[in-house]
Structure formats: structure tokens, C-alpha cells
Design a protein around this ligand. Structure first.
Ligand SMILES: Cc1cn([C@H]2C[C@H](O)[C@@H](COP(=O)(O)OP(=O)(O)O[C@H]3O[C@H](C)C(=O)[C@H](O)[C@H]3O)O2)c(=O)[nH]c1=O
Length: 183
């Protein structure tokens, strides 16, 4: 497994070692020991999520506030997405900055997004299946987020606006300046 910190401190890009042979391939999609050694902290994941989306679906930018904040280890097992993490920690020198990485079933890349970050993705392929680990349980009462196209964030989502499919909930998310984050 190769793991490297992205330009956004705290967010890591992980590329697993893939063993291919005439049957197909094998790789360890998660190894607690290797992961913790690489990110330099203990992370206990407690919930696995799996979502399927069609081309143009944009989910995000979401986070859970305060004590319910979640660290996530995300990957794509079908298709391709542009995955985005935004630093929401007001004390961080990177507050409001983001990183965007293409994750796909093909490149098998994963992204580790610590607590204190907003997360979202847009589907670039016909369909995408998105699977991820969280280190804190779902807490709807702490569900929060920021608007994906807030100019203050300056995120290039690649697809034309008319191709995007966004839930009503996500369309109503506040701009960064108004987002409650408690981080
Ligand atoms: C997140 C979540 C949702 N749900 C239920 C609540 C709704 O009835 C339904 C769909 O939820 P939502 O529309 O919030 O799903 P996404 O838009 O994919 O939300 C996720 O999108 C971005 C990419 C994230 O990083 C978060 O994990 C999460 O916010 O699943 C649960 O039962 N458990 C959960 O952990």
C-alpha cells in the first residue's frame, strides 16, 4: 500500500498494492495496522456505508458537527467520481481549502478524510458505487454541510451545471460563511 498526504494537510491518498494473475486480482482494501502506521493516529471505524449513484449525481458537501464528527475512508468499487474534502476547522491554516481527487474502480485509490472536514463527490461515469468507513455513527441531528458551488470554496466539479443531479436537501445547504461547524 502506498499512502501519501495530499496538498491538504491531514487528508491522505492511499493506493493499495494489487496482486494480479491469470484469475484476476487481489488486494487488501483495508489493513488497520498499515493504515494507522501511515496516518500516524489510531482510528477505530465503526460504520461502513455504500451508495450507488448515476452520472452527474453530486452528494455533498456534508459533515456531522461537534462530537458527532466523522473521519472517513472512502473508495469507489464501480465507475469513477471526483471526490472532494474541505477543511472546516476554523483554527486550521487551511480553513476553507479543498482537495479534489479522482477515485475509480480502475485506479482503486482511497482517500482518508479526518474529522473536521466536509466531504462530497460527483459521479463522472455512467454509474458509481461508493463505499466508505466512518469512525463515528450516523447522527442525523448533527447532519450539516456547505453548498457545493459556494464561490468561496472555488471547487471545479468538472461536469457542466446542467448535468448535475443534487438532492433538495443539498441544494439548500448554506454558504461556507454561514455554515455551522463547531470544529
Ligand atoms: C449518511 C447516512 C444516511 N442514512 C440514511 C438517511 C437517508 O434516509 C438516506 C440517504 O441519506 P443522505 O441523502 O444523507 O445520503 P448521502 O447524500 O449519500 O449522504 C452522504 O453523503 C456524503 C458523500 C457523505 O460523506 C456522508 O457520509 C453522507 O452525508 O440514508 C443512514 O441511515 N445512515 C447514514 O450514515
Amino acid at each position: 500500500m502506498e499512502i501519501k498526504e495530499t496538498a491538504l494537510a491531514g487528508v491522505y491518498e492511499i493506493t493499495p498494492r494489487v496482486f494480479g494473475d491469470e484469475r484476476g486480482y487481489f488486494y487488501e482494501s483495508f489493513n488497520q495496522q498499515a493504515f494507522e502506521q501511515a496516518v500516524g493516529e489510531t482510528v477505530q471505524f465503526v460504520q461502513d456505508n455504500h451508495s450507488k449513484s448515476s452520472y452527474g449525481v453530486l452528494r455533498g458537501l456534508h459533515f456531522q458537527t461537534g462530537e458527532f464528527a466523522q473521519a472517513k475512508l472512502v473508495r469507489v468499487t464501480k465507475g469513477e467520481v471526483l471526490d472532494v474534502a474541505v477543511d472546516m476547522r476554523e483554527s486550521s491554516p487551511n480553513f476553507g481549502k479543498h482537495v479534489a481527487v479522482r477515485l475509480s474502480a480502475e485506479n482503486k485509490k482511497q482517500l482518508y478524510i479526518p474529522r473536521g472536514f466536509a466531504h462530497g463527490f460527483v459521479v463522472l461515469s455512467e454509474e458509481a458505487e461508493f463505499q466508505y468507513k466512518c469512525d463515528n455513527f450516523y447522527a442525523p441531528q448533527a447532519d450539516a454541510g456547505v453548498k457545493f458551488d459556494d464561490v468561496a470554496l472555488g471547487i471545479d466539479w468538472i461536469l457542466p451545471h446542467e448535468d448535475l443531479i443534487i438532492s433538495e436537501k443539498d441544494q439548500k445547504l448554506p454558504a461556507m460563511a454561514l455554515a455551522e461547524n463547531n470544529f
